[in-house]
Design a protein around this ligand. Structure first.
Ligand code: ATP
Ligand code: MG
Length: 423
């Protein structure tokens, strides 16, 4: 495993930052996720540097430095066009609220810094110039055994920061690892602390879990440990069979957060609940709205005998840009719930795509008449009747797109007006 580290491809600017701090006599290491990933022979997303140098010393050592989170000891060194995060070795004071430490202190010793980290596999440090690995908690062994294990007592670590159990399950899903038994058992015992965590932080971990290659297993683990009931009771309280189908459908869906959340919820909640859940988990409004729309329209298997006008109304409701996501949601659900209906579903998908490709008028601005044209035809000024007329014309062209010519619509409109005034 050391060979993996020695052979890892570390970007030159990162090496330059490490070399400079080392030259000034500071202890300096790569830490956390990047070391874990290099040991696994996975190219890290980002390279975090930790050093004994104080933030001011780091600032003085480089020409261009952004004081990103200087009160926590983190600065960003701009080196060779890339950003390198450098954090001073830290230890943390007591956690009083289950969310954040009461104080942080800068440290001289890497082991102090590693001991505040969550899991053994995330608590390794490596200096590539000296080829020096610090692994005081057995991270390499746990990587080999594919185990997520807390640094120190799981009960204590989960009581300090209530997000950690969620991270444990997330890493298990992302890496395909198991939870060490003590770590797993500490989750139900510390749920009261997890309840205090900001849902925004929970959502970030949930998103990584849902987009991981083992989302299904991750969701099951969330459910078994009691975590899911805290932030998604609607799913946690589904019948075992309904929950199993929902998890399997998520796994079958493409890797897109809106699609996967919609697939998870579509057979368990309605549109309004889906939107509330999205907002509760602090997804952006746009995401919550789209998830709600996908949940509302997901059950395409109920539309196999729909007419073209009815399918055009569905397209108008969903919006053409969202059609691929709707089809993906329906496919994933039907694949696990009713595989024998997949060929019927594919026929429906093809019909929807063909109707969409014909670019039918779906919204008022697609009409061959403008609002001004409509007022002129009816000989009225701005008034509620214009809205009614527009809805009438939209309805007509959704039934029959070929009607969408200026002449055709004017005639329909005049007939509509005489029918109204005659009545
Ligand atoms: P990813 O590849 O998903 O970014 P990562 O290991 O880099 O994984 P981050 O959330 O970016 O995860 O955190 C970076 C490092 O900071 C972790 O590897 C871990 O050492 C430490 N860490 C992050 N969050 C916590 C926490 N809540 N408690 C303790 N240590 C943490
Ligand atoms: Mg990271």
């Amino acid at each position: 495993m050391l060979a993996n580290l020695h052979n890892a491809d570390i970007p030159q600017p990162v090496l330059d930052v490490i070399a400079r701090l080392r030259e000034l006599g500071h202890a300096v290491y790569l830490v956390g996720g990047c070391v874990r990933d290099m040991v696994r022979k996975v190219h890290p997303k980002d390279f975090d540097v930790a050093t004994s140098a104080l933030p001011e010393e780091v600032q003085r050592a480089f020409r261009k430095v952004i004081p990103t989170g200087i009160q926590h000891g983190t600065v960003t060194v701009v080196q060779g066009g890339t950003h390198v995060e450098v954090t001073t070795f830290r230890s943390e004071g007591d956690y009083l609220d289950g969310r954040r430490p009461s104080s942080v202190a800068f440290e001289r010793d890497i082991v102090k810094d590693l001991s505040r980290r969550d899991f053994t596999i995330n608590a390794m440090a490596y200096n590539p110039l000296d080829r020096d690995l610090a692994d005081p908690f057995g991270g390499q062994t746990d990587l080999q055994a594919q185990l997520i294990r807390c640094v120190g007592s799981a009960l204590e670590r989960f009581s300090e920061d209530g997000l950690r159990p969620m991270r444990a399950v997330r890493f298990a899903a992302v890496l395909g690892f198991s939870l060490d038994p003590d770590t797993r058992d500490a989750i139900p015992a510390t749920l009261a602390v997890f309840r205090k965590v900001a849902l925004e932080r929970v959502r970030e971990e949930l998103t990584k879990l849902l987009l991981s290659p083992r989302a299904e297993g991750g969701l099951l683990l969330l459910s078994e440990t009691g975590l899911l009931d805290v932030f998604l009771p609607e799913v946690a309280r589904a019948t075992p069979e309904a929950a199993r189908l929902a998890r399997a459908a998520v796994q079958a869906a493409p890797n897109d957060i809106e699609i996967r959340v919609a697939v998870l919820l579509a057979d368990l909640v309605d549109r309004a609940q889906a939107r509330d859940i999205g907002l509760r988990l602090k997804f952006p409004n746009k995401v919550a709205d789209l998830v709600a729309l996908l949940v509302e329209t997901a059950k395409l298997e109920e539309r196999f005998s729909d007419t073209d006008p009815s399918l055009r109304r569905l397209l108008a409701r969903v919006g053409l840009p969202q059609l691929p996501q709707l089809l993906a949601v329906a496919r994933a659900r039907v694949q696990v719930r009713a595989p024998e209906r997949l060929s019927d579903l594919e026929r429906l998908c093809a019909r929807l795509e063909a109707l969409a490709a014909a670019k039918p008028p779906l919204v008022p601005k697609d009409l061959a008449l403008t609002g001004g044209d409509i007022m002129a035809t009816l000989a009225v000024g701005p008034s509620p009747i214009v809205g009614e007329a527009t809805r009438f014309l939209m309805d007509s062209v959704l039934d029959e797109p070929a009607l969408n010519t200026a002449e055709g619509l004017k005639q329909r409109l005049q007939a509509w007006q005489s029918a109204r005034t005659g009545a």
